[in-house]
Design a binder for this molecule. Structure first.
Ligand code: A3P
Length: 303
């Protein structure tokens, strides 16, 4: 998340969740009236929207797409934060700003499906949905709440676990987010990818994205995109890791956006009882959804 970055929300630390049509926004960061107008935005065929539930690899896609646009030349991305290059649609953008932005307009969003431009359903523009297994997303989000000043600091992991299960966070319920978007995929130009697939084989996911976006990169350019999108390289790249986000939003003493970047960290946090409860809810909520997730690094190793 960290969407306000340099631009807004800098004046206040009085952030709280405020619902808009049943979806939590963050006061002081989002303008509900502006968010509600996004659905009427005119879409161009060249528009690209990256949609994620928070902590599913949004920053990773910002890096990958930034690099694809400059054909892997990382020096061409040094003048701007990735989040300025590929901003959040729900942040400050008015229809006028969006209309006058040059093509290709590449945006990220955590919003629920119901808020997004209606013209996406007419197969205008493209949507890339990135999903991450929800147990790891929960743990990542817990850590993010501890260092994001714009979000309530959780008392402890258990209390955050409850909030996540209730959907009482920005992004609301993980299950509804994924299902809401995925169930409409056939109406849109839609690419579904997972965080775990990127961990397993970043190169082939990048290739998939390049082909979906109909970009043309040489093998060397593809190699460069992949190389500069690894966890290790992003962690030391100030444009890619949000370290310049002001302290009013992120207390960098208490955490890092590029935290662990792995699969299965949830095992270090969930109790057996929490895990059993989560699995039950997962089975019930996902029973009719043809999606599956990888929950541990060992599942990513091909024999
Ligand atoms: P962790 O907190 O589990 O480390 P988002 O941008 O949607 O908020 O997602 C942030 C999560 O994506 C963090 O997860 C972060 O470390 C992870 N991430 C970002 N870039 C990554 C990369 N290149 N490789 C692996 N994980 C990455």
């Amino acid at each position: 998340m960290a969407e306000s970055l340099n631009q807004s929300g800098g004046e206040t630390s009085d952030y709280k969740l405020v619902p808009l049509r049943g979806f939590n926004l963050i006061s002081g960061i989002h303008n509900p009236e502006a968010v509600d107008k996004i659905q009427n935005f005119e879409i161009r065929d060249s528009d690209v929207f990256v949609i994620t539930y928070p902590k599913s690899g949004t920053i990773w896609l910002q890096q990958i797409l930034s690099l694809i646009e400059v054909k892997g030349d990382v020096t061409a991305t040094r003048d701007q934060l990735n989040s300025d290059r590929i901003p959040w649609i729900e942040l400050v953008e008015s229809e006028k700003q969006f209309d006058s932005a040059p093509s290709p307009r590449i945006r990220v969003s955590h919003l629920a499906y119901k808020f997004m431009p209606l013209q996406l359903k007419q197969k205008k523009g493209k949507v890339i949905y990135v999903a991450r297994n929800p147990k790891d997303a929960l743990v990542s989000y817990y850590h993010f709440h501890k260092y994001a000043n714009m979000l309530e600091t959780p008392k402890d992991f258990d209390s955050f676990f409850e909030k996540f299960m209730e959907g009482n966070v920005y992004g609301n319920c993980w299950f509804e987010h994924v299902k809401g978007w995925y169930s409409h995929k056939d109406e849109m130009n839609f690419l579904y990818i997972t965080y775990e697939d990127m961990i397993k084989d970043l190169r082939s996911v990048v290739e998939k994205i390049i082909s979906f976006l109909e970009r043309d990169l040489t093998t060397q350019q593809l190699n460069d995109v992949v190389e500069h999108s690894t966890f290790k390289n992003m962690k030391t790249n100030p444009q890619a890791n949000y370290q310049q986000v002001p302290v009013i939003l992120l207390n960098h003493q208490l955490g890092a956006f590029l935290r662990k970047g792995t699969v299965g960290d949830w095992k270090n946090y969930f109790t057996v009882a929490q895990n059993e409860r989560f699995d039950k809810v997962y089975q019930q909520k996902m029973k009719d959804v043809p999606l599956s997730f990888k929950w541990d690094m060992s599942e990513l190793i091909t024999p």
